[in-house]
Design a protein around this ligand. Structure first.
Ligand code: NAP
Ligand code: G4F
Length: 355
């Protein structure tokens, strides 16, 4: 039984990746932070139910990627075949408020894990969650050869982590790969990222619980894909014969304004009646336009996105309407059934077909 260690298992990607690996008969170990409130909601359906046969292949360990000692112990004790390093302070706007913390966790966190692998002498394969933010102001479409022009402490920290991953691959022969992922979203997306902020607010407005939605720059363009498609790419990268770096995205870009238009019109509403601009959400530097050229991934790991922009918006709107107790138009649910089957439903119920 292959063994994987996931840092950031409680995040959006960590939860979907856990489902994927468990469905492939992995034993999965996850690093979680001690928090005074619950932080395991996204994976609770996987380890809380003793009857589903999954929980006895999922193990959680307390720790922090800012703490070298616990990482060395964990990696040495678990002896994973694969490490998916997803933990990070992942919010770009927050990185301007907490630049040093972001550098430590998002940048040096990667080095701490690579050092632990090197010192342990284990033959572990390593995945680094690199980001399209590293491209910053470079012209689209961006691919593996595009030069990085990071525009935030977050992007600079990710660029550092990208380079140490390559250094350890070249210098020490570690199987270490960078997935340069463009924005990917889902009903499990953190509530302060713009897509989820929009779909949650839409549901709250429809339920009469919120009057306005306050946003920043509506002109920025992003290449938004569906998170479960993207975690499959992470896994594929680590199954190759040799480590490499890959851009993962949809090849389509849309503005925040277009996301609003698509989401509100799906439920027959006019976004302009409800959206207000708040200066607080602007960033000292903005990334204007990200759009992936994922042709290398298509060719080498045979990866392609399955859920594109319009369907992604519908999936997220349906999910937030339903989570608010409202009826949804249901197009999103149909799309998921068509593309993905049941193994990563948005609700936190026991996943079917596993165990
Ligand atoms: P996310 O939802 O924000 O999850 C981040 C995870 O990291 C959470 O599990 C969080 O734990 C954990 N974490 C944060 N600081 C930590 C620390 N000091 N020690 C241990 N764990 C810590 O992020 P995501 O969207 O799943 O993204 C996963 C990774 O891919 C991140 O590295 C992100 O930067 C990168 N990425 C994301 C995207 C995207 O569009 N989603 C695109 C490119 C790259 P808590 O639950 O306790 O907070
Ligand atoms: O949703 P966002 O915060 O995502 P951003 O900054 O693109 O970063 C995400 O994607 C990266 C991959 O490219 C990841 F590496 C990173 O971890 C994260 O997952 O913002 C998207 C755009 C920005 O241009 C922002 O200025 O939306 C704009 N925006 C406008 N109003 C807003 C808001 N963003 C947020 N979070 N909140 C707003 O009110």
């Amino acid at each position: 039984m292959p063994k994987a260690l996931i840092t950031g298992i409680t995040g959006q990607d960590g939860s979907y990746l856990t489902e994927l690996l468990l469905s492939q008969e992995y034993e999965v170990h996850g690093l979680i932070r001690k928090a005074s409130t619950f932080n395991t909601q996204r994976i609770e359906h996987l380890y809380r139910d003793p009857h589903n046969g999954i929980s006895n292949r999922l193990f959680l360990h307390y720790g922090d990627v800012a703490n070298t000692g616990n990482l060395v112990d964990l990696i040495y004790n678990v002896q994973p075949d694969e490490i998916y390093h997803l933990a990070a302070q992942s919010h770009v706007r927050v990185s301007f408020d907490l630049p040093l913390y972001t550098g430590d966790v998002t940048g040096l966190g990667t080095l701490r894990i690579l050092e632990a692998i090197r010192k342990s002498g284990l033959n572990t394969r390593f995945y680094q969650a690199s980001s399209s933010e590293m491209f910053g102001s470079a012209s689209p479409p961006q691919n593996e050869d595009t030069q990085f022009e990071p525009q935030s402490p977050y992007a600079a920290a990710k660029a550092y982590a990208y380079w140490v991953t390559r250094n350890y691959r070249q210098g020490y022969g570690i199987f270490a790969s960078n997935g340069i992922l463009f924005n990917h979203e889902s009903p499990r997306r953190g509530e302060t990222f713009v897509t989820r902020k929009i779909t949650r607010a839409l549901a709250a407005i429809k339920a009469g619980k919120q009057q306005y939605l306050y946003l920043g720059n509506l002109d920025a363009k992003r290449d938004w894909g569906y998170a479960p498609d993207y975690v499959a790419a992470m896994w594929k990268m680590l199954q190759l014969d040799a480590p490499d770096d890959f851009v993962i995205g949809t090849g389509e870009a849309h503005s925040v304004r277009e996301f609003l238009e698509e989401a509100f019109s799906y439920v027959g509403m006019d976004w302009q009646e409800f959206v207000r601009i708040d200066e607080r959400y602007f960033r000292p530097n903005e990334v204007d336009y990200l759009m992936a050229d994922y042709s290398k991934a298509k060719k080498v790991i045979e990866w392609e996105p399955r859920v594109m922009f319009r369907d992604l918006v519908r999936v997220m709107v349906d999910a937030d309407l339903e989570m608010t107790g409202l009826e949804s138009p249901g197009q999103g649910r149909k799309i998921l059934e068509q593309h993905h089957g049941a193994w990563h439903r948005w609700d936190s119920q026991v996943v079917e077909g596993l165990g």
